[in-house]
Design a protein around this ligand. Structure first.
Ligand code: ZN
Length: 227
């Protein structure tokens, strides 16, 4: 019998506490061929674990990831009831997801994360992934729109340092702010942040990031002086 790359997982909704099912990808099916310059993984097969990062509660619509905190600040539950659950028509995201399903799940996740006042680093990651999904469907305007949101959130995260204790570090955030700026056509900010990455790299052991930053920075400088 051939093993399916997917398995079902039972979760408890952080908001309404009811149980629901979601799909996950078995780790031995996850094969990254390469990463794009903003870290987007390109997979070797059709199995895309990115599609399954956001859990959508079929009962109340609250959507979250493994990075969300269990804590709800005062007023947050009421806001979610009013803005999400009140409009929610019960439906399940438990099966295999298309890009369109994944986009919907991520967008719900970003909206819920905003109401819940999740960390900027978490919101930035969601927005960046939405941009990647739009890139996969060649919707450039929407891709840029969400890259802009991701950049704002990374800048906030960098300034309040809420990335501490996550898998992201200062250098990677600075690099992403630079690279997202470059992709958005904002050369000034891109050059500014790439040079900060190069200045600060001594404090980190991230040779790959340094190399990527140097390449992109050089490319930006050449474009700047040639135009
Ligand atoms: Zn729920």
């Amino acid at each position: 019998m051939e093993l399916s790359p997917y398995y079902e997982k039972q979760l408890e909704c952080l908001h309404c506490k009811q149980q629901f099912k979601t799909m996950k990808v078995r780790s031995n099916f996850i094969k990254v061929k390469e990463n794009e310059s903003d870290f987007r993984p390109i997979y070797e097969n059709d199995v895309n674990p990115l599609f399954y990062n956001v859990f959508v509660c079929e009962h109340c619509g609250f959507s979250f990831t493994e990075d969300y905190s269990k804590y709800f600040a005062p007023g947050v539950k009421e806001a979610i009831d009013q803005h999400i659950t009140a409009h929610w028509k019960k439906h399940s995201f438990a099966g295999e997801r298309s890009i369109a399903d994944a986009l919907q799940a991520y967008q719900l996740g970003l909206v819920c994360g905003n109401y819940k006042k999740e960390k900027h680093i978490t919101l930035a990651g969601l927005a960046l992934r939405i941009a990647w999904l739009y890139r996969m469907t060649s919707q450039e305007m929407m891709e840029k729109r969400f890259m802009k949101i991701a950049r704002e959130q990374y800048i906030e995260s960098y300034s309040v340092e809420d990335y501490k204790g996550t898998s992201m570090n200062e250098l990677r955030i600075l690099y992403l702010i630079a690279e997202i700026s470059r992709r958005m056509g904002d050369k000034e900010q891109a050059i500014r942040y790439f040079s900060i990455v190069i200045e600060k790299q001594r404090l980190f052991n991230e040779p790959k990031i340094l190399e990527m930053a140097k390449d992109q920075w050089q490319r930006m400088r050449e474009e700047k002086y040639s135009s």
